[in-house]
Ligand binder design. Structure first.
Ligand code: FRU
Length: 486
């Protein structure tokens, strides 16, 4: 059932073959980013969940490694994390290399229970052995999963954030050795509680001299664009419990972004300057239709890797995301123009972008005061819009519209309209759009607003252009950049 496609995305991680979902076990060690991921080694649909593995020096070029943790005896390896145990607290260390310890959910298909287990590596994460006294936390529950572990230096202990998915709770455990865990506290239900809670994450971020704790909670369903997405809470953590501080954010509910295809994101552990910025990516898909997107020899990919920062505006904090800088090293061709009109910009696009190699990015500045009606960035296939992004002046909104798929993603939830209301006084802002074969990621306002969406266009007759109403035909871009990659 493979649908032919010209080539792989160039800026996005894809597995060599088969099904993937969540990113797992992300840690950084000796210049290498490790990415594990939910993987079915045997097929193109979810099943036999195991941890696939890849490493990268720059988050863009990935080296595929053998499956790191495999399903065994009908016990699947669900999502989780990995840490470098520098002080050998676990005692798993042998030589001079610190052990790498993976903490994952073991899903026993026979009992239906989910428990937390560990495995360790003595070769920089190349190969893992499962601990012989697993599980390390067992509540005999069916929905208890996705442990994320980090080292809490103030108390010299490990902390695990893990979810009770159906109860819409996050639990916090502590440990001195990664083997024996004590429950410290619980958080939730809170925020969006209609959908199940999965893949939680807790970390600290600074903005100048202020410091805030972030609790990320992935929502299997009922997120802002429908289906899967990520809500976050900002507050305080004292080493034992997380407390939301509602005065930190403008809105009571906070979502990391507005698109449909960014899920199960958690941050890398051990990257430089961790409280200043975190690195992360998400599974670029949505449980509403994840098994219905075309199979290209693989099914599923990760979002573009991003830098996550804390930002403050008018007294309120929020998280912002921008594509990692390393992407720029892969630019192959660039065009940059100042003071260029819409028609000329479109001529640039058509000369620059080949529909059989649809991997490019563009950056341009929108000046609301110079627009009468709207400015639309449109990707069309065979004449009709597949996906488009619009600044709507009258509504003062950013609008992302994705049409029914021409490759028949057979799901009523696939077509979508995503809207974000801008502040009244919005000044000019930059829009950055990354298109990579079958995804479009839009970043505006320095990463405050992000829309991540898959799209499936016919592989020929693709047109990329700006559109505007009659009144706005004379619109001139202050600057525009257009880039292809690899
Ligand atoms: C999230 C999730 C996790 C689980 C994994 C199973 O997408 O449902 O909660 O561990 O996928 O593949």
């Amino acid at each position: 059932s493979e649908i032919s496609t010209p080539a792989r995305p160039v800026l996005h991680f894809t597995p060599e073959k088969n099904w993937i979902n969540d990113p797992n076990g992300m840690f950084f060690y000796q210049g290498e980013y490790h990415l594990f991921y939910q993987y079915n080694p045997y097929g193109e649909k979810w099943g036999h969940m195991s941890w696939g593995h890849a490493v990268s020096k720059d988050l863009i070029s990935w080296e595929h490694l053998p499956v790191a943790l495999e399903e065994e005896d009908k016990v699947m390896i669900f999502s989780g994390s990995a840490v470098v145990d520098y002080q050998n607290t676990s005692g798993f260390g042998t030589g001079n290399e610190p052990p790498i310890v993976a903490i994952y959910t073991a899903y026993d298909a026979k009992s239906g229970f989910q428990s937390q287990s560990i495995a360790y590596s003595n070769d920089k994460g190349r190969t893992f052995k499962k601990y012989n006294q697993n599980p390390v936390i067992d509540l005999k529950k069916a929905d208890f999963r996705d442990p994320k572990v980090f080292w809490y230096q103030a108390d010299k202990k490990w902390i695990m954030t893990v979810s009770l998915s159906q109860e819409k709770k996050v639990q916090f455990y502590s440990s001195k050795d990664l083997k024996k865990w004590d429950l410290m506290s619980e958080f939730g239900p809170a925020g969006v509680t209609a959908g199940i809670w999965e893949c939680p994450d807790l970390f600290q971020l600074d903005y100048n001299n202020e410091s805030v704790w972030v609790l990320g909670v992935n929502l299997g369903t009922h997120s802002i664009a429908g289906g899967s997405g990520l809500q976050y809470f900002l507050g305080d953590f004292d080493g034992k419990a997380f407390k939301v501080n509602p005065s930190l954010t403008k809105e009571p509910l906070n979502f990391i972004e507005y698109g449909k295809d960014f899920y199960a994101a958690v941050v890398w552990e051990g990257t430089p300057d961790q409280t200043k910025e975190r690195k992360w990516l998400g599974w670029m898909n949505n449980w509403e239709y994840a098994d219905k997107v075309p199979y290209y020899g693989w099914r599923g990919s990760m979002s573009v890797p991003r830098t996550l920062r804390l930002q403050k505006q008018d007294g309120y904090f929020y998280l912002k995301q921008e594509p990692v800088k390393e992407i720029d090293n892969y630019k192959k061709k660039s065009v940059e123009k100042n003071a260029i009109g819409i028609q000329d910009a479109n001529a640039l696009f058509s000369g620059f972008i080949k529909s059989d190699s649809l991997s490019f990015s563009t950056s341009f500045v929108i000046s609301p005061s110079e627009i009468h009606d709207f400015l639309k960035f449109n990707i069309k296939g065979k004449g009709s819009s597949v996906i488009n992004f619009t600044y709507d002046k009258a509504a003062n909104e950013l609008v992302l519209v994705r049409a029914k798929s021409s490759k028949n993603v057979d799901s009523k939830q696939y077509p979508t309209i995503q809207r974000v209301k801008l502040d009244k006084s919005d000044r000019e802002f930059e829009v950055r759009i990354i298109v990579d074969k079958y995804s479009m990621e839009v970043f505006t306002h320095d990463g405050k607003y992000v829309f991540t969406n898959l799209f499936f266009a016919p592989s020929n007759d693709i047109n990329v252009s700006f559109e505007a109403s009659k009144k706005d035909q004379k619109l001139v871009f202050k600057s525009i950049g257009l880039y292809t990659y690899l």
